[in-house]
Design a protein around this ligand. Structure first.
Ligand code: NAP
Length: 304
């Protein structure tokens, strides 16, 4: 493999350390400890792991972590009642409802109940609208992490061809807006895109957010491209175990790309770091404090 490895784990650890220093400053100067509430409904094993990790990393960053675990048969009304009470809680600056929710609950109605200024997942339609219209708001965490990694690798992204495969509300669509804000020329590809291989080959920055293991082949990657793999797919190993793999054929793509994220250790850790950054941002906004005065952000994370 010739490509440089984009070390999301190290970048995320650096970002978390800066967030922790900022949280300490807020506590010392304003007696303000940023707080993140995470709500989990049901017992989905993967969600339980994610929620545990978020709680641990929130505490390690010097913030207050509130975890609400509700049984799988919780009604939508009960869940919305909890969200509304968290909206009013002064110690809670960020609210995250872990997805997916059980089938009897309409996730969009639950997200709509979150105060947009506490919506640290950036999924509320108000925040989606703010992003689409170029106004300030809380940004979805995974796309923000992708932009930070691309900027760190390439410097200014202006004028580059960004091809994003996948158009979900969670990743692809917000990332397209963020890349537009970076003055990239953006192509948003999806399952109905014709000649996907040729479309991908146009990319200076190729982002895969699909959920299909190794969909992106090595020869779909333009020579010298920066490849960011958002995919997190569990596949069976010949030894009868499971392992995590991305949407990109990592080994083959690495022969063409100039830089590539591994899975795991690429985008994944950035998502949680950006969640903590959003919580800090939300706490500062709530108290009319200027975030930039408290956190020393690396260049790649400034002004997104
Ligand atoms: P999603 O909601 O299922 O969306 C998948 C997108 O991929 C859709 O837009 C779909 O197109 C497109 N697609 C599916 N098959 C395709 C194909 N054969 N060719 C081209 N496009 C295709 O998924 P998501 O929530 O965005 O997540 C995508 C992946 O990222 C998953 O593996 C997920 O686990 C991972 N993820 C990782 C993180 C992280 O922190 N690292 C965070 C979020 C998600 P249509 O719209 O036409 O159906």
């Amino acid at each position: 493999m010739e490509a440089k490895l984009i070390d999301g784990k190290a970048t995320a650890a650096d970002l978390r350390a800066r967030i922790q220093a900022a949280a300490t400053r807020l506590i010392d100067k304003h007696d303000l400890q940023p707080g993140l509430a995470v709500v989990l409904v049901g017992e989905d094993p993967a969600s339980q792991v994610y929620v545990r990790n978020k709680g641990r990393q929130t505490q390690e960053a010097g913030m207050k972590s509130f975890t609400h675990r509700l049984p799988a048969d919780t009604s939508e009304a009960k869940l919305i009642e909890l969200v509304l009470s968290l909206n009013e809680a002064p110690a809670v600056h960020g609210i995250l409802v872990q997805l997916p929710l059980p089938a009897h609950i309409d996730a969009s109605r639950v997200i709509a109940a979150i105060d947009p200024d506490k919506d640290v997942d950036g999924l509320h339609v108000v925040n989606a609208g703010r992003l689409a219209t170029g106004r300030k708001g809380l940004l979805p965490c995974t796309p923000t992490g992708c932009v930070i990694l691309a900027r760190q690798t390439l410097g200014k992204l202006e004028g580059r061809e960004a091809v994003i495969v996948g158009r979900s509300n969670l990743v692809g669509k917000p990332l397209a807006h963020l890349m537009l804000n970076e003055n990239c020329t953006v192509t948003l590809a999806h399952s109905r895109t014709r000649h996907l291989n040729e479309v991908c080959r146009r990319a200076d920055i190729l982002v895969a957010a699909v959920g299909v293991p190794h969909l992106i082949k090595g020869n779909w990657v333009r020579s010298g491209a920066c490849v960011i793999d958002v995919g997190m797919n569990r596949i069976d190993t010949p030894e009868g175990k499971t392992r995590l793999t991305g949407d990109v054929d990592f080994e083959e793509a690495g022969k063409h790309a100039a830089a590539i994220t591994p899975v795991p250790g690429g985008v994944g850790p950035m998502t949680v770091a950006c969640l903590l950054l959003n919580t800090l941002k939300a706490a500062c906004q709530r108290h009319e404090l200027e975030l930039e005065r408290y956190i020393d952000l690396p260049e790649a994370a400034q002004g997104i």
